[in-house]
Unconditional design. Structure first.
Length: 183
């Protein structure tokens, strides 16, 4: 497997992180430091998960592939559902959603579980796994950073509905991952 192949895999794996990062940009309007933290978290988890999958390989491969879509569905539905509930609370003082470290970590795990399964499939191949996970992590970092600022721009148009839209997007991403996992 060549570098271009790994880059394409990295782009594919980062699409869920891209969508969630855009949602974070819509609802939390992060400054540069927070945007870098979000992109770093997504890039780190997208890099670490295939590495774990690669080394776990034959031990847990079937379990990961069997339940990864359920885990993503539950985590993203919890986060998105809370955002939707927050929108409908009577006393709305803030129009932005506070992105906590716990929420960010849940998002990073939920969007990188498929990377764990990809890592399991890497176990049978001959190539430099560390180069591969570096490319995947950097690709996800860059795309997530771009997504945050695209989301922030979209959030300006959504105004006070950003939290509702963001919550709906997260639940939809969870459902998409789930449906793809059962098909």
């Amino acid at each position: 497997m060549g570098i271009f192949d790994i880059f394409v895999i990295g782009v594919g794996l980062s699409m869920d992180a891209f969508a969630v990062a855009a949602t974070d940009g819509i609802v939390s309007k992060p400054n540069l430091k927070k945007a870098l933290l979000i992109a770093f978290a997504f890039g780190l988890f997208q890099a670490v998960m295939p590495l774990i999958g690669f080394f776990a390989g034959s031990l847990f491969g079937e379990i990961v592939e069997k339940y990864d879509h359920w885990i993503a569905l539950v985590l993203l539905t919890i986060i998105g559902g809370k955002m939707i509930a927050d929108f409908f609370e009577k006393d709305k003082e803030e129009t932005t959603h506070s992105l906590t470290l716990k929420t960010l970590l849940m998002q990073a795990v939920a969007t990188s579980i498929d990377a764990l399964a990809v890592g399991v499939s890497f176990a049978g191949l001959t190539f430099n796994i560390f180069l591969a996970v570096g490319i995947i992590g950097i690709t996800t970092f860059v795309l997530s950073l771009v997504a945050i600022y695209l989301g922030e721009t979209c959030g300006k148009f959504l105004a006070d509905k950003a939290t509702l839209v963001g919550g709906i997007i997260l639940v939809a991403i969870g459902l998409k991952i789930f449906i793809e996992g059962i098909i």
